[in-house]
Every structure is written in C-alpha cells, then in structure tokens.
Ligand binder design. Structure first.
Ligand code: TXA
Ligand code: MG
Length: 313
C-alpha cells in the first residue's frame, strides 16, 4: 500500500513499521522510541537478534546525543559524506540506544541519508532504525515493488521510485587505531583517502567470527533462489540466462539480463538487485554472471555482493 510521508510519520509515531526510500536501498523503518516496533522489524525480516540495526538521523548535529568518545576524523567524515551513503560505527550512549538495536554491543551504527523523502520523514519522527526492506538473506529492495514482493501488497510503503545508488551504505568502523571498512558499499574505499590520508582496508569478516566486527556480514545475503555461476569467461556453449553488460559480446545461445555498460559501475549498482530479483520473478533456476571486472572502486562492492549472492549455504 503506497502511503504519503505524512501518513508514514503518523504510523511511525504510533509505533508501527513502514518501508521508506533512501538513496541506497529501501529501509524497513521503526522509531527508536518504540521497542515493540524495533522487535517487529526483526521478526518481519526474519533477522537474527544478534545482527544490529543502523540508526538513521536527520542531521549530523544530532550525533552527540547518541554517541560519544568519537575516534579521530569522525567529524571530518560526517562533514564530507553526510547526508549520504556512509555508516559509521561509534561508541554508543547505551542509556539512549536500546540493547536490541545494538545487539548488546557497546557500539551503534549511524547514518544520515540524503534521500529527500527520508530526510523529510526523519524531521517528522526523530531517529529511525532501518535495515534494508527485504526478507533476511534475499536481495535488497530498490523499488517499492520489491518491498511488496517480500512483505505483501498491503504493507505500507512510501513510494520514492527506484533508488539512485542501488547498493547499501559503506560501513566504517574504528579498529586498532584506524578506520576499516566493515561492509563495502556505495562509497568506494578510495573516496576516503582525501579525508583520512589512507584508504581504509576491507576487514575479513570471517576472521573474527566469534566477535565479528560487522555481525550482518556473517549471514547469507543478497541471494536469489536461482543458483548463480560467476565466471570471468563465458563458455562458448553457454545456454540459458547470463547477467552481464550491454557493451560486451556473449555467445549467441544465452539470454542477457543487462547490468548496463561495463564502463559505468554506478549503472550496474543501480540495477543489481532488480536483476537478481527478476531471476526469481521469472522462476529461473540458474544464471551465469560475468564478473570479469576491475578490482577497484565500486566494482569491489558489486563483486562482493555477487559472490555473496552466489553462495549456497
Ligand atoms: O544503506 C544502508 O545502509 C541501508 C539503508 C536502509 O540505510 N541499511 C542497511 O541496513 O543496509 P542493514 O540492516 O541491512 O545492514 C546493517 C549492517 C549489518 O551488516 C549490521 O551487522 C551492521 O550494519 N551493523 C549495525 N550495527 C553495527 C555495530 N554496532 N557494529 C558493527 N556492525 C554493525
Ligand atoms: Mg540488509
């Protein structure tokens, strides 16, 4: 059910859950003030309780009310990248951020989204927790139709059309005296060089599995029901469906689901989840994926999402 921003604010301020567009992906929003609504977000998604949520704020000026003991460069990062697709994991003021949101960690994740509808809504509701608006494990939602496919046509959604970035925010954590990337996202590692003087490393999430730096990274993610076969060289006898690029030539027998131009990673990011979802909509059991892509910039995020989507747990 498509609802206005005013209706969404009314529902959120009454302790209900609604879906909201952001510049990255749609979020399943609940007010920080309603523990019951926060629990409902976990149960609607089928999300494990040890996977914490991101707190979305309307402005970086609010940050000091919810976090403290800021690591170096925190405010340089917020000044340059907020509002926008950056999430910062910071020491939380634990009296204010409920334990369920933090999954009992001493830290919490924060983001100020730039989407005008998300901004407007936050100004009417105050802080909102918002995981991606998809069933846990499935591809994220970048269109109201994706939200409806997962939660039903009666689920309240603010219709902001398709998300422009198309992949989730980049998550930075402070670890052993440096910022590290806990989740690759819409901002490439190179984006942070000018502020930090170094490119933050991507942490290996499997390494510290007992106390993972970013718990969500341990779970099955972004995966369609279809089995994906990642390849750098599409076999000549390739039949069936191939996820690839409009400017490349593939063997004649396969049907191309295009991620756009292979020189424009932003285009591929914008289309990624819609293409993965299309496989399931059409009941496709298997697809090849062309991953002959550079090891840099936004391509790193896309390749990480595709590798996770291809995992059979
Ligand atoms: O772009 C986005 O970030 C979207 C939109 C809706 O804002 N949200 C999103 O939320 O991707 P979600 O719940 O799908 O992913 C949040 C990630 C999870 O991997 C979680 O483990 C991590 O953030 N996270 C949250 N709090 C954390 C914390 N205190 N320490 C480390 N990781 C944390
Ligand atoms: Mg998610």
């Amino acid at each position: 059910m498509r609802i206005t921003i005013e209706k969404a604010a009314e529902l959120l301020n009454a302790g209900e859950v609604v879906a909201v567009p952001t510049e990255t992906v749609y979020g399943l929003a609940a007010s920080l003030k309603y523990p019951q609504a926060i629990s409902q977000v976990f149960s609607l998604k089928g999300r494990p309780s040890n996977n914490p949520l991101i707190v979305h704020l309307s402005s970086s000026a609010d940050l000091s009310r919810y976090a403290h003991n800021f690591p170096p460069h925190t405010f340089e990062l917020t000044k340059i990248f907020w509002p926008g697709p950056l999430t910062l994991v910071l020491p939380a003021i634990i009296e204010i951020i409920p334990e369920t949101v933090r999954a009992r960690l001493p830290t919490a994740a924060f983001r100020v989204p730039s989407h005008p509808m998300a901004q407007k809504l936050l100004s009417l509701t105050g802080p909102l927790v918002m995981p991606s608006a998809n069933l846990s494990g499935s591809p994220s939602a970048t269109d109201p139709m994706h939200v409806e496919a997962d939660f039903g046509v009666d689920f309240p959604v603010v219709d902001g059309g398709s998300c422009t970035q198309g992949v989730e925010s980049t998550i930075l954590c402070w670890q052993a005296g440096k910022w590290v990337i806990a989740r690759l996202g819409a901002l490439a590692p190179e984006s942070f060089f000018s502020v930090l003087g170094y490119c933050p490393q991507v942490v290996d999430t499997k390494q510290g599995a007992k106390s993972p730096i970013c718990p969500g990274q341990l779970y099955r993610h972004y995966a369609p029901k279809a089995h994906l076969i990642l390849t750098k060289r599409t076999p000549d006898n390739c039949q069936g469906v191939l996820i690839g690029f409009s400017d490349r030539h593939y063997p004649g027998g396969c049907r191309l689901l295009s991620l756009g131009d292979s020189q424009i990673p932003e285009q591929a990011a914008e289309r990624l989840y819609a293409v993965l979802r299309q496989l399931d909509q059409e009941g496709i059991a298997e697809a090849w994926v062309d991953v002959d892509l550079p090891d840099e910039g936004l391509w790193l995020t896309l390749k990480e999402r595709l590798s996770k989507a291809a995992l059979d747990f």
